[in-house]
Design a binder for this molecule. Structure first.
Ligand code: CP
Ligand code: NVA
Length: 309
């Protein structure tokens, strides 16, 4: 049995479990390339509940579920009225009676935790203000396509947001080397760093933090960034542009990491956290990350809903 019935945070999973999901994701990618779509979710119905906008997460879950023979139902938040029309707990109890799993993208991380606590079916975190674990599985799959994960030096530069938090937890579980560079005022969430420290002690992960992006990227094999203004923070856009300006991925910063591949979860704010030249350049693997969302999430769903595969 998996360690958790849900996929809310990478911290709930063991290194072996995450590795086995990544292995299956690579297998599913190869199978699809050959035109082979195993029907492992046949007869399964999964509800998608998205409070925030999405291109990649929504489409890759819908497509992935269909390719595995399952069916996705899109719930409209304004119709469900979670927390207004009905309590999150009652919504979770009802959905557990009818469908086999829920993929939720919410503002509050506490909401997906509450859904998971009450639901008897798996809840998959499709991004919250705190974490974005599905993205990181696709990212690790992408890294592994270029280098051994364990030998990679991953630098994350920019906002200590949901992406930084999730990469930090993933690296801590898997025992990787991660260098974070964020302003002092925008470091990863304290509850995440504390959990990561405990995990890193066990796995031997080498995690460091610096305010200086050059220190983080120097000699890195992968340099990752994300938007400076996450969904829900739009009012802070101008102030964030000023705070994060020294963290832009551009030719000058990347000159300190001449062998690095460039990563971004997308959507990108071109000209802010990353220049066109770098995003579209030969070292960018951002669309490979986007492609792997499909395969990684199929593997996650199989793990939760068809663990015998
Ligand atoms: N990277 C990602 O989650 O993209 P969307 O917000 O478009 O789903
Ligand atoms: N940090 C970004 C990630 C988008 C995939 C956000 O939350 O908007």
């Amino acid at each position: 049995m998996p360690m958790s019935k849900d996929f809310l945070t990478l911290a709930d999973w063991t290194a072996d479990e995450l590795r086995s999901i990544l292995h299956r994701a690579a297998e599913l990618k190869e199978l699809r390339r050959k035109g082979d779509l195993p029907q492992t979710l046949q007869g399964r119905v999964i509800a998608l509940f998205f409070e925030k906008p999405s291109l990649r997460t929504q489409v890759t879950f819908q497509a992935g579920i269909k390719q595995l023979g399952g069916h996705a139902i899109e719930l409209r938040p304004e119709q469900v009225g979670i927390g207004t029309r009905e309590s999150p707990r009652d919504v979770a109890r009802n959905l557990s009676l009818w469908v086999d799993g829920i993929v939720a993208r919410t503002y509050s991380h506490a909401l997906v935790e509450e859904l998971a606590e009450e639901a008897t079916i798996p809840i998959v975190n499709g991004l919250t203000d705190l974490l974005h674990p599905c993205q990181v599985m696709a990212d690790f799959q992408t890294i592994a396509e270029h280098a051994a994960l364990e030998d990679s030096v991953i630098a994350y530069v920019g906002d200590g947001n949901n992406m930084a938090n999730s990469i930090l937890l993933g690296a801590s579980v898997l025992g990787l080397e991660l260098r974070l560079a964020t302003p002092k005022t925008h470091q990863p969430a304290l509850r995440v760093s504390e959990r990561a420290q405990g995990l890193a002690r066990k796995s031997g992960a080498r995690i460091s933090w610096s305010e200086d992006p050059v220190t983080a990227v120097a000699g890195a094999s992968f340099v990752y960034t994300d938007t400076w203004t996450s969904m829900g923070q739009e009012d802070e856009t101008e102030i964030r542009r000023r705070v994060f300006a020294p963290y832009q991925l551009n030719r000058e910063l990347l000159s300190h990491a001449p062998d690095a591949w460039v990563m971004h979860c997308l959507p990108a704010h071109r000209g802010d956290e990353i220049t066109d030249e770098i995003l579209d350049g030969s070292r960018s693997i951002v669309f490979q990350q986007a492609e792997n969302r499909l395969h990684a999430q199929k593997a996650i769903l199989e793990r939760l809903l068809a663990p015998a595969v």
